[in-house]
Structure formats: structure tokens, C-alpha cells
Ligand binder design. Structure first.
Ligand SMILES: [Zn+2]
Length: 263
């Protein structure tokens, strides 16, 4: 058994009031973290808030607040809930935290650039603000987003793209050999089916990883191109690394947990 254990909730999107799902996720993760601590394992339990994106900017504007004041208010409520539930997390990561989180997001971006996996291109598509994502014709019912019943916006913009499809064979190998464990097995099969259709519509393709700053002036600037901000992939998902110190000088915890081989 490993003497180290890292558990994280998904980080919560700070655009709305709390609901039972937040409590459910926190309590489940708390039970598992406490169990592993009781076994004497070096345990790190993370939770936090995903605070960028146009949905937050627009909700803040509608409330007559700056985006930072708006997320600060919602995060204060998250933290009140965690005190009430006696959640034993070791850290609370915030994606608007330029001291603790941004260095990790920047390091991830620079790593992708160094690997030759980032290129600039034109993105054209339908964008749903509710989904906070580009959607396709097949996601529409009567021309509206099936999930939000709202008309998508037609967007054509310059973005940076990440060459995700290139990693299909390696991801396939990691999943098939069990190096990358996905449970339940049905989800692993779903991922393998997605990889098998790489390069075709619906399969793995190059993904857009930035947005023009003028469209959404709220996020982490792309290194050496402040006209663009990082999109969720580098901006928010890097939190699971940055919370351990990835990209910072004080990265001992990251080094400790990275040696588990599962990060
Ligand atoms: Zn939608």
C-alpha cells in the first residue's frame, strides 16, 4: 500500500448559490481522506473554486459587481459550508489566486508550448453561454441548446489550439495497460471508443485552449500574448497540480505526490 494518498473534489464553479451536490461531494471526499489519515498515510485532501469564464463575468455584471468581488462572496459561502460540515481539507485552491495557482497554470501552458503542442488558429462555432462551451449542431433542438433552451451565439475568433489528437495512441496504451485507471470500466470503454475515432467528428481533435481577452476580460493571460486568456483546460484543471505547488519554487509537496506515479 502506498504511504501517500491524494484526494480532491472537483473544484466548484463559483457562479451560483450552493446546492446539495456540494455537501455530498465534500462529505464523501472527507470520509475517504479521514480513513487514509487514520491508516497513517500522508494524505492531501483538496477542494476549491473554479472562478474564471464568461458565465461568471456575466453573472457578476448582472449583479452589478466586479468578478473578483462576486467570486469572493461565493467562496466565502463555500467556506462557511465547509466549517459547518467540519470538512478536513488541507487546502482550498482558487483559480483567481495569482500567487498560489497561476504559476502552475503558466507552467502547464509553457510545458505544452515547449513540447510543440500549441498552435494559433481560427475557431468558428456555436457557443452556449450556459454550457460555457462551444456546442455542435447535434446539441441543438429547434436551433436552441438542448440543455439551456437558449440560442447559441455564432463565434469566429483567433484561439490557441492544443494538439490533443497526437496523444491518442499514448492515452490508449495507458488505459489498456491499467497504468491510468478509470472506474467504472464502462467509462474506460467510453474513452477508448473516443480515442478510436480520433480525427473524425466527435473523436479526439485539436482543442481550443484560449479566448481573446477583449471578449472575456477575466482570466489568466497567455504567456507572451496578453491579448489571449487561457481557457478552462489550462486555467482551471491545472489546479490539481498547482495546489501541490507545481510551477512554484516551494514545490516539495508536488514532488512528493508526483512520485506516486499517478499524477
Ligand atoms: Zn447550453
Amino acid at each position: 500500500m502506498s504511504s501517500k494518498f491524494y484526494i480532491t473534489t472537483p473544484i466548484f464553479y463559483a457562479n451560483a448559490k450552493l446546492h446539495i451536490g456540494h455537501s455530498y461531494t465534500l462529505v464523501l471526499a472527507d470520509i475517504v481522506a479521514r480513513y487514509h489519515r487514520a491508516q497513517g498515510e500522508e494524505t492531501f485532501f483538496l477542494t476549491g473554486a473554479d472562478e474564471h469564464g464568461d458565465k461568471i463575468l456575466r453573472t457578476a455584471q448582472a449583479a452589478g459587481m466586479s468578478p473578483q468581488a462576486f467570486v469572493d462572496q461565493n467562496v466565502a459561502e463555500f467556506k462557511e459550508l465547509m466549517v459547518a460540515l467540519e470538512i478536513s481539507n488541507d487546502f482550498f485552491v482558487r483559480t483567481s489566486d495569482s500567487v498560489n495557482h497561476w504559476p502552475g497554470a503558466l507552467a502547464l501552458w509553457q510545458g505544452l508550448v515547449a513540447a510543440g503542442d500549441v498552435r494559433k488558429g481560427i475557431y468558428q462555432g456555436l457557443y452556449c453561454v450556459g454550457c460555457e462551451a462551444f456546442i455542435t449542431e447535434k446539441d441543438l433542438v429547434d436551433g436552441k441548446c438542448a440543455l439551456h433552451n437558449t440560442l447559441p451565439e455564432h463565434i469566429e475568433e483567433e484561439n490557441y489550439f492544443f494538439s490533443l489528437a497526437k496523444y491518442g495512441p499514448e492515452l490508449k496504451r495507458l488505459i489498456e495497460t491499467g497504468t491510468l485507471k478509470i472506474t467504472p470500466a464502462s467509462k474506460a470503454h467510453e474513452m477508448l471508443a473516443l480515442i478510436a475515432t480520433s480525427g473524425k467528428d466527435g473523436g479526439l481533435g485539436d482543442i481550443s485552449i484560449s479566448r481573446p481577452e477583449r471578449e472575456i476580460p477575466w482570466g489568466i493571460p497567455v504567456p507572451e500574448d496578453p491579448s489571449q486568456l487561457m481557457y478552462v483546460w489550462c486555467d482551471a484543471l491545472s489546479n490539481y497540480l498547482s495546489a501541490l505547488g507545481y510551477g512554484r519554487a516551494d514545490d516539495e509537496k508536488f514532488r512528493t505526490f508526483a512520485s506516486m506515479g499517478t499524477i
